[in-house]
Design a protein around this ligand. Structure first.
Ligand SMILES: Cc1cc2nc3c(=O)[nH]c(=O)nc-3n(C[C@H](O)[C@H](O)[C@H](O)COP(=O)(O)OP(=O)(O)OC[C@H]3O[C@@H](n4cnc5c(N)ncnc54)[C@H](O)[C@@H]3O)c2cc1C
Length: 397
């Protein structure tokens, strides 16, 4: 596997800004489906709030003609849509949003050959290895992997979504779990399937002829709707398993400047609580208030992260905070009941509830679209509700 330098994600604002500067919206629109297309690879910085999608959208729309940037803006729109659904549905996004394919039974665990990247199907094994090595996967590769796992191997999307989420640097419960549901047909009208011809076109280096996916779309759709799972390829036995990075519910203990719950910070004059999805520059403006990085452990016990992700988040968090609290956020608030605290809104489970305490003044997340009050059940309804449907018509022609 070749890992290009651009696949590394230094947790620094300069790297985030550099990626924003080199975005080419026109090339993006025409090549984004190719594995080596002009995609931005900016998602870890968006997910963790180094940059806001709102600022990025303004910058792009100011610098490029509308017809050049509308495809990229629409993809930004997908992220906004998923966040909108998350705000309304909360933890329900972790369960089937509607009944999926009838009569299909799914396993609740991922088989070892998938996790160890030795299914014998090059596109799947390369995708898993790239995910572990870089913490990033191209959108098309995410879709292929999800489709294979759910529809051919009959593994329930939830088990696989948690696994992928943990290894991604940009893992986001809304974009990730709702995309898995979209592939699985519990958040869309039909199963998403792909075949070897599609891989050969968009990712020739990962071509997978003469494997289980080398059949027609009709046959794949039948397989998805049928009860039988396909087996891993015969050559899977011959392939060495790749090392599987562990997923950790908390940062490794050798991380410097992490405060344990036993030594809760004493907050005398109020403070900013900075969570992992709020690592932008706006905190630099406020020089007087203490800044506490917060890691609310119950969330991470539910959806653990790779060491790579912990390093990414904590390196940046250390750079912009005075200290980092790891523990139960509710205990931190109870230990400082009369102190006024500030934080940016987040929908992450547990963080959202704890930060909704009257003690905390919440700043809203900056969005580049409106956030409709009524739940929009599909992207097209959302896009129309935020006044962008003209773009969508063009791209669906
Ligand atoms: C199974 C599956 C799991 C996914 N999990 C995540 C996830 O955990 N976190 C995440 O941010 N995205 C996720 N996505 C969406 C998408 O794959 C990534 O946002 C994108 O690949 C990130 O790479 P990029 O920054 O190079 O994207 P680009 O294609 O360059 O797009 C620029 C930005 O637009 C947004 N965007 C683009 N496409 C999508 C999309 N389909 N859905 C939502 N936002 C989009 C992202 O913020 C992205 O950074 C998932 C998609 C699938 C199919």
């Amino acid at each position: 596997m070749v890992v290009d330098l651009f696949s590394a994600f230094p947790p620094q604002i300069e790297d985030a800004r550099h990626r924003a500067r080199v975005i080419k919206p026109k090339a993006y629109a025409s090549t984004r489906n190719f594995l080596d297309g002009a995609v931005t690879r900016i998602s870890p910085y968006i997910t963790h709030g180094f940059l806001s999608l709102a600022d990025l959208a303004v910058e792009i729309e100011m610098n490029y003609p509308a017809d050049e940037c509308e495809k990229l803006i629409m993809e930004f729109g997908w992220r906004e849509f998923f966040q909108h659904v998350w705000r309304h549905q909360g933890e329900r996004i972790l369960r089937d949003l509607k009944p999926g394919l009838t009569g299909v039974k799914y396993a609740s665990d991922l088989p070892p050959d998938i996790v160890e990247a030795r299914t014998g199907i090059p596109v799947i094994d390369q995708a898993v290895r790239t995910l572990y090595a870089t913490g990033y996967l191209h959108n098309h590769a995410r879709m292929w992997l999800a489709s294979y796992v759910v529809h051919l191997r009959k593994v329930h999307w939830r088990a696989a979504a948690d696994w992928m989420y943990g290894h991604l640097l940009d893992g986001d419960p809304a974009s990730n779990h709702l995309s898995w549901q979209w592939v699985a047909a519990t958040f869309s009208s039909k199963p998403y399937v792909f075949n070897a011809e599609n891989v050969a076109r968009y990712a020739p280096a990962w071509a997978s002829p003469k494997t289980a996916i080398d059949i027609s779309y009709e046959e794949l759709d039948d397989l998805a709707r049928g009860p039988q799972a396909v087996k891993p390829e015969w050559r899977c036995e011959l392939l060495p398993p790749c090392g599987v990075p562990p997923l950790l519910a908390q940062p490794a203990s050798d991380n410097a400047s992490v405060t344990t719950p036993k030594a809760s910070p004493v907050l005398e004059f109020g403070a900013w609580l900075i969570h992992p999805w709020d690592l932008g520059e706006h905190h630099m403006v406020n020089t007087t208030m203490k800044k506490i990085g917060i890691i609310h452990q119950p969330f991470h016990a539910q959806l653990p992260w790779s060491q790579q992700r912990w390093d990414f988040v904590l390196t940046r968090m250390r750079a912009i905070t005075d200290e980092i609290f790891v523990g139960d956020l509710n205990q931190l608030l109870q230990a400082n009941p009369s102190i006024q605290l500030h934080a940016t809104e987040t929908y992450h489970f547990g963080y959202r509830e704890a930060l909704s305490s009257a003690q905390v003044t919440l700043a809203p997340v900056r969005r580049f679209t409106k956030d409709p009050e009524k739940l929009c059940a599909s992207f097209s309804r959302f896009w129309a509700a935020v006044g962008r449907e003209k773009l969508q018509k063009k791209w669906h022609k």
